[in-house]
Design a protein around this ligand. Structure first.
Ligand code: NAD
Ligand code: UDP
Length: 346
């Protein structure tokens, strides 16, 4: 059952990590639904450009802040979404101790804020809590297979500790905490230099650069379009009663990385060719969500196919790369338009 108790009063939602890829789409959605939104972000991996269109919105407030430091607010907050954490492996490994602190100290700070305000809390956890899974597909009851000493541990173990903080806060009666386990999500507003597979392949194909595939490309992932994820996040935040269990949100369609590269190349005119590189340490070999729980508790399932989502994402990157080039050097726009293989005349 979805909650309607606050229907007559404008709700205030705080989105930590709201200037990031997913967070900015969540801010858009919350504002469109009539909420007031406070975005808290350090801009570590996010961008002011992601929230620039919201800056003049009367219900939007941007606060530049690192959640590793405590937050104090005079204004009442009804809901807190914690999305603050780098999500791309090269970026979360760039400063692994800060990644761990963001997940542990940052989440603890936000849970304390939620407790003071009596706010509901949604933690963005990850399919990475399953590690390199030995069960397939991954159901929420699976405890996972994580290397706690490897280079991914700052993220995987950080997120596992954050889940523990949430469920301890819930059991103690301190916070109405909820936990979503997000599987690989893609879409407009990923940073071109983010380093994740979908953005890398699209940017490389648009620039006629080699398509970097780590290992032989036989590893699998399941790709969810960002609007489907945001729908799942708001449903889990508002469902009553609190499910009190983690919920997978992801698209169960499973593709090898080689198949993904073929799909991207088929959608663009590109001269790019595959360049195989070494597989990163502890890279999960396969990943697919079991979404039975999301279907049952939230009435949620993904609506956007990979074909559709990729073509929307490619169109966005074509435009974004052209704008970036125009900004850097107005004289290169025609060349970049050709290099981008733009079929839209932008
Ligand atoms: P992103 O890197 O685009 O966004 C993260 C945002 O958090 C950025 O704006 C960044 O500046 C901000 N941030 C990072 N550390 C911070 C700190 N200490 N204080 C304040 N702000 C900080 O990543 P995303 O893909 O939008 O992911 C959002 C959330 O969803 C993350 O928590 C991530 O772990 C989770 N998630 C995402 C995916 C995915 O595929 N996109 C998958 C699993 C989990
Ligand atoms: N990957 C790749 N080439 C790239 C970036 C990633 O082959 O340029 C691989 C990576 O090794 C992993 C998969 O693609 O097997 C998904 O990587 P991503 O960083 O997007 O997400 P995650 O590993 O966190 O699922």
């Amino acid at each position: 059952m979805l909650d309607s108790s606050n229907a007559r009063r404008q709700r205030t939602a705080l989105v930590a990590g709201g200037a990031g890829f997913v967070g900015s789409h969540l801010c858009d959605e919350l504002l469109a639904a009539g909420n007031r939104v406070i975005c808290v972000d350090s801009y570590l991996t996010g961008s002011p450009a992601n929230v620039a269109p919201l800056q003049n919105h009367p219900d939007f407030n941007m606060i530049e802040h690192d959640i590793c430091n405590p937050l104090v607010f005079a204004e009442h907050v009804d809901q807190i979404y914690n999305l603050a954490c780098p999500a791309s492996p090269p970026l979360y490994q760039a400063d692994p101790i800060h990644t761990m602190m963001t997940n542990v100290i940052g989440t603890a700070n936000l849970l304390q804020l939620a407790a003071r305000h009596g706010a509901s809390f949604l933690q963005a956890s990850t399919s990475e809590v399953y590690g390199d899974p030995e069960e397939h597909p991954q159901h929420e009851d699976y405890w996972g297979h994580v290397n706690c000493t490897g280079p991914r541990a700052c993220y995987d173990e950080g997120k596992r500790a954050a889940e523990a903080l949430c469920f301890d806060s819930l059991r103690a009666g301190d916070v109405d905490a909820r936990v979503v386990r997000i599987f690989n999500t893609y879409g407009p507003r990923m940073q071109p230099n983010d380093g994740r597979i979908v953005s890398n392949l699209i940017v490389q194909a648009l620039r006629d650069e080699p398509l970097t595939i780590y290992g032989n490309g036989a590893q699998t992932r399941s790709f969810c379009y960002v609007s489907d994820l945001v729908d799942g996040l708001t449903r889990l935040m508002n469902v009553q009663p609190n499910p009190a269990v983690p919920v997978n949100i992801g698209n169960p369609g499973e593709f090898t990385i080689a198949e993904l590269a073929d799909m991207v190349c088929a959608m663009l005119p590109t001269r790019s060719r595959v360049l195989n590189g070494p597989l990163p340490a502890d890279d999960p070999q396969r990943r697919r969500p079991d979404i039975a729980r999301a279907r049952e508790l939230l009435g949620w399932e993904p609506k956007i196919s990979l074909d559709d989502g990729l073509s929307r994402t490619i169109a966005w990157f074509q435009h974004a790369l052209l704008e970036q080039a125009r900004h850097q050097n107005p004289g290169t726009s025609a060349k970049v338009a050709r290099a981008a293989g733009s079929s839209q005349g932008i």
